[in-house]
Ligand binder design. Structure first.
Ligand code: EPU
Length: 334
């Protein structure tokens, strides 16, 4: 049975630590509850499936039902040179990576310490240090709230791209579990700037060394939501026309540019654009950019959604005026 609570404080369930109350809140921790969900939804204006809350911007009052996905469990199948590892959506992402490593299933090390749950990882195709989660996902099990059927999406069907997937546009698909195909021999993706130089000093680094290095790098640059409210990168790195990027690069020779598979587009560093405006560590009221990474917005106090969006608009306008680039907000606005 689903148990719904009214006026539930979700300020600690979103990593930005925004003050927020959900009019209705329920926990999903058993497949048997799925049959009740649709009936429950009839009573509500809207709903949102919450995972770790690390990529959302919640309003002061959410006038709908929050379904907190806490399905747990991990299964591992030996598949020759690989393991097929299926984790339920509510598993904590970094605990899941540790579990895989302890069982000899590698590849996800670069995504260590990203806050959130396994179920949220494909939604925005989380990525860090040269790896995206899409590189390892084979199947996603979803519950279609429209027709109450369990369905399976292949990697291709997910339509993954930079910080995006089909799941973003299909809120009726509730992620139940994700299956990863992980090699028994670590692919050791260590080509990302900082990581490469740090690992070079270790002889024959192991997957655990890589994971440690990623954890250390993240801790040195990114604020822990346990310490200060934040949602990681607040904006996407903009993808712009390569001709425009080349022109910008002439004006700003230090601007980090990343080639895309389609050569006509180039990704540029939003953090650098903001930093170059002198806005790293800039604060207005409760919100500010982080003093070690301008792409991260931190909540210094008990800020609200509207204050945060005002602060973000200020940054967006400054970037637009100076570089004629439109920044897009990465977390989902509820
Ligand atoms: N930079 C600056 N100033 C800043 C921030 C960055 O000059 O304030 C420069 C850095 O020196 C570097 C470049 O910009 O040359 C890129 O910076 P960084 O390596 O920190 O990565 P990023 O592009 O800012 C992306 C992801 C992060 C991910 C890192 C590492 C996005 C939106 N963000 O950030 O993901 O951890 O790469 O792979 O793609 C997240 O999505 O929440 C997230 C933290």
């Amino acid at each position: 049975m689903l148990k719904t609570i009214t006026n539930y404080d979700i300020s600690t369930l979103n990593s930005l630590k925004l003050s927020s109350t959900a009019k209705y809140y329920t926990i999903l921790d058993d497949y048997a509850q799925l049959e009740n969900i649709q009936q429950e939804l009839i009573n509500h204006k809207k709903f949102f499936v919450l995972g770790g809350g690390s990529n959302i911007i919640v309003p002061e009052v959410y006038d709908g039902l929050i379904i907190h996905n806490q399905l747990k469990g991990i299964e591992i199948i030996d598949d020759g040179e690989y393991y097929l590892v299926t984790a339920k959506a509510g598993e904590i992402w970094d605990d899941f990576i540790a579990y895989c490593g302890n069982n000899g299933a590698y590849g996800l090390e670069n995504l260590s310490l990203i806050p959130g749950t396994v179920g949220a990882s494909p939604v925005q195709n989380i990525g860090a240090y040269g790896v995206e989660v899409k590189d390892f996902i084979t199947q996603i099990e979803v519950y279609d709230l429209n027709d109450t059927q369990i369905k399976y999406l292949t990697n291709l069907e997910c339509n993954f791209s930079y910080r995006n997937s089909i799941l973003k546009s299909l809120p009726n698909f509730l992620v139940l579990s994700v299956t990863f195909r992980l090699p028994k021999i670590s692919p050791m993706n260590c080509n990302y700037g900082d990581i490469k130089s740090k690992l070079e000093i270790i002889m024959n680094p192991s997957a655990q060394d890589l994971r440690n290095c990623i954890i250390e790098t993240r801790n040195s640059k990114l604020p822990s939501p346990e310490v200060i409210g934040n949602a990681g990168s607040f904006f996407h790195n903009p993808i712009i026309d390569t001709t425009f990027a080349n022109a910008l690069k002439e004006q700003y020779p230090n601007l980090p540019c990343y080639p895309m598979l389609q050569a006509q587009y180039t990704k540029v560093s939003a953090g650098w654009l903001i930093d170059n405006l002198g806005l790293k560590g800039f604060r207005q009221g409760n919100f500010g950019t982080y003093d070690k990474q301008a792409l991260v917005i931190v909540n210094h106090g008990n800020g609200t959604q509207s204050e945060l969006l005002d602060f973000a608009s200020f940054i967006v306008n400054q970037v637009k005026q100076t570089y004629n680039i439109e920044l897009n907000i990465e977390p989902i606005i509820l």
